[in-house]
Design a protein around this ligand. Structure first.
Ligand SMILES: O=C[C@H](O)COP(=O)(O)O
Length: 248
């Protein structure tokens, strides 16, 4: 299965900075076996799409509306994202869950809206430090996964991506060990088997949380880890080149 290197810029880069960054990336892109995708601020997608036309780099959004269209001020629909060239949409990132009150039910509705609109949702799950300290991370994360997939109609392994992001490892410099990431990915694969038996083995499971060029290869070498969702290390072209090269 091809690793997915999903670059989550979060709320960074103006549209013009994004285009300049993409120009630099195109010039520096190394040989890699991974699929690269930029999860950009929605307002930067159109420019990136033009700049990255005919390049292997894909695009995604950081969030998506649960609704198809209508009176939802400020929301951005799957159709709008698809129209500007997005292929993916991150849903249920822990920052959305924490700062925007997104429950797993809302996340499931967003994932379903993404699929209905022809996008691939990257559905994020993961425990906080308190849960990890009690040793309850697997049960917690799998509950969150099942709730976030509740009534999400999946008709193929390539229709969803799961990202395991332990909240305590995001932007903190603390990375789960490769073994921790691998153990959770195994548990997630098992839970997917209970939900979508025929497709479970082909769904990509990413790890996110302080991934860097120096640790990505070991993390992605785990049996059920099929790529990474990268925040801080995705902002700098040289660092992205390092991440991609580490997966060559
Ligand atoms: O979406 C990305 C994750 O939140 C990880 O962020 P980070 O690489 O800055 O820890």
């Amino acid at each position: 299965m091809k690793n997915l290197l999903a670059l989550n810029w979060k709320m960074n880069k103006t549209p013009s900075e994004a285009v300049q960054w993409a120009k630099e990336l195109r010039a520096a892109l190394p040989q890699t076996s991974a699929e690269l995708a930029i999860m950009a601020p929605a307002i930067a997608l159109q420019g990136l799409s033009l700049e990255l036309k005919d390049s292997p780099v894909k695009l995604g959004a950081q969030d998506i509306s649960a609704h198809e269209s209508g009176a939802y001020t400020g929301e951005i629909s799957a159709a709008m994202l698809k129209d500007v060239g997005a292929m993916y949409a991150v849903v249920g990132h822990s920052e959305r869950r924490e700062y925007h009150g997104e429950s797993s039910q809302i996340v499931a509705a967003k994932a379903a809206a993404a699929i209905a609109g022809g996008l691939v949702p990257i559905i994020c799950v993961g425990e906080g430090l308190d849960v990890r300290e009690k040793g309850e991370q697997v049960a917690y994360t799998l509950d969150q996964l099942r709730d976030s997939l509740s009534q999400v109609p999946v008709l193929g392994a390539d229709q969803i991506v799961i990202a395991y992001e332990p909240v305590w490892a995001i932007g903190t410099g603390k990375t789960a060990t490769a073994a921790d990431a691998g153990e959770m990915a195994d548990a997630i694969r098992g839970a997917l088997g209970g939900l979508y038996r025929e497709y479970a083995d082909g769904v990509r499971i990413l790890y996110g949380g302080s991934v860097k060029p120096a640790n990505i290869a070991e993390i992605c070498a785990q049996t059920n880890v099929n790529g990474a969702l990268v925040g801080g290390a995705s902002l700098d072209v040289a660092s992205v080149v390092g991440l991609a090269a580490a997966l060559s």
